[in-house]
Design a protein around this ligand. Structure first.
Ligand SMILES: Nc1nc2c(ncn2[C@@H]2O[C@H](COP(=O)(O)OP(=O)(O)O)[C@@H](O)[C@H]2O)c(=O)[nH]1
Ligand SMILES: [Mg+2]
Length: 373
């Protein structure tokens, strides 16, 4: 809190467990101090208290600030807020179904919705067939019961229990590699993760394994500077595996806990890309660190195409988890179900925008609630 000879009131925006509060400290000329707190928003943020105004008053009066500056460090967004396109796809189907009895159009509408959300025909059929049978035998009677049974069926698809990101190597760097085709959001995801990890006190190094374009390393370097991470790059066109290797060795020498390895994703020659990634992995394993995550980044707007990519990457590298980006701009959020069911790889993180805070841990029950409520 600010204090000076001329300051009678300092106003701060701070956080408590419950949310943001304006804290007004009034110090009178007679040096009596009163503290007033007023909650302004029911949001939990990690923002540090910031003094936003100081006001000089002649007498012992409360002065209400004319404007309160909200710090830029916003709370992480929620799936419910950001996955609006997938959410409204489901909402409009449910609304129309609820307005009638159960008939053949009910099933057409549900199937169409699941397909538009890119759940895929196989899973859509597996979800709807038992519901149709239950309606026939009379155990489900109303549209509401059908919707609720569909919700249970979809929830059961996301039963994977371990979605944690492994950061358990001690005394040697943890290495997380990021793979995926161009433009899906690998570099941005690394930047977001570095921001979150450094804020928690983890030391981070980024290795610019996308040596295909100089601009790719520069983009990563900006995130490194912003997040206070160390940064290692190689020459343009250089060997990605050796950049990742050098990054891990440098982190080991400096006692850095986490190496985030970026890779190229150009698709001009798919088999070359897969061979390159296998080599990155082999070489990374030889360095003084532990590769404990290989995260495949998939763009949710590509829907079932993303699933096809995932199959190829999973076959070439030992993918430990999926980062599903751009869920904020996609009506194809159903791809989450398809990925987990078809590939058995857990979705660990979800990207909900382009800024540093727009990445959240994937929470299946939150996601299903966002679609059904
Ligand atoms: N809306 C949205 N855009 C994203 C998200 N993640 C990445 N992007 C954008 O996608 C574009 C490509 O991202 P980039 O990290 O360069 O992809 P890379 O080629 O895989 O490294 C950039 O414009 C990012 O800002 C996300 O979760 N939501
Ligand atoms: Mg990139």
């Amino acid at each position: 809190m600010l204090a000076s000879a001329t300051t009678n009131i300092a106003i701060a925006l701070g956080t408590s467990g419950a949310g943001i509060a304006i804290l007004v400290v009034i110090r009178s000329r007679r040096n009596r101090t009163r503290v007033v707190t007023k909650p302004v928003k029911e949001t939990v943020t990690d923002a540090a208290p910031v003094v936003v105004a100081e006001v000089v008053v002649a007498e012992e009066e409360v002065i209400v600030p004319a404007a309160v500056v909200v710090p830029e460090v916003a709370a992480a967004p929620s799936v419910r807020e950001k996955a609006g396109r997938t959410r409204s796809l489901f909402a409009s189907a449910f609304q129309s179904i609820r307005g009638r009895g159960i008939d053949s159009a009910t099933w057409d509408e549900l199937e169409e919705t699941l397909l538009l959300a890119d759940i895929g025909i196989g899973l859509a059929t597996r979800l709807l067939d038992p519901l149709r049978a239950a309606v026939k035998e009379g155990s489900l009677r109303s549209p509401d019961e059908v919707i609720s049974a569909l919700r249970d069926g979809m929830t059961a698809q996301l039963a994977t229990s371990d979605r944690s990101l492994h950061l358990d190597a001690v005394g040697t760097p943890n290495v997380w590699l990021f793979v995926g085709v161009n433009g899906v959001g690998k570099t941005t995801t690394i930047g977001k993760i570095a921001t979150a990890q450094t804020a928690q006190g983890t030391t981070v190094l980024m290795a610019a394994g996308d040596t295909f374009r100089a601009a790719a390393a520069e983009q990563l370097q900006v995130w490194a500077e912003r997040s206070g991470s160390a940064f290692v790059r190689g020459a343009e066109g250089g060997d990605p595996a050796s950049v990742i290797f050098d990054g891990i060795q440098s982190a080991a020498a400096k006692g850095i806990q986490l190496v985030l390895g970026d890779t190229a994703g150009r698709l001009q020659n798919k088999s070359n890309l897969m061979e390159e990634l296998k080599k990155v992995r082999r070489v990374a394993d030889k360095a003084e660190g532990v590769v404990n995550e290989v995260l495949l980044v998939i763009d949710a707007t590509t829907g079932q195409n993303g699933l096809a990519q995932a199959r190829e990457f999973a076959a070439a590298t030992d993918v430990t988890g999926i980062v599903l980006t751009k869920l904020d701009g996609s009506a194809k959020g159903g791809i989450v179900f398809a990925i987990e069911t078809e590939l058995g790889i857990p979705v660990k993180l979800v990207g909900l925008g382009e800024t540093a805070v727009d990445l959240i841990a994937f929470d299946p029950s939150e996601f299903v609630s966002a679609l059904f409520e």
